[in-house]
Design a protein around this ligand. Structure first.
Ligand SMILES: [Zn+2]
Length: 69
């Protein structure tokens, strides 16, 4: 478990090339409680969705999702 799969698609370059590992370390998961940040369902763990205007948005694959609640 916890395997990081590299599924980087070449083409459009969204945003910066930040190493996800650094971001990953920023948000800790305590027990079974995950922080408010959500992972991208497409990119998988390591890629967070960012919140913007009540929506979650992935800067990597451009996935977006409405934030319920
Ligand atoms: Zn994504």
């Amino acid at each position: 478990m916890g395997k990081k799969k590299k599924s980087v698609k070449k083409g459009k370059k969204p945003h910066k090339n930040k190493p996800t590992s650094k971001k990953y370390a920023k948000y800790t998961i305590s027990g079974d409680k995950v922080t408010r940040k959500q992972f991208c369902p497409r990119c998988g763990a390591g890629v967070f969705l960012m919140e913007s205007q009540g929506r979650l948005y992935c800067g990597k694959c451009h996935y977006s999702e409405f934030n319920k609640k």
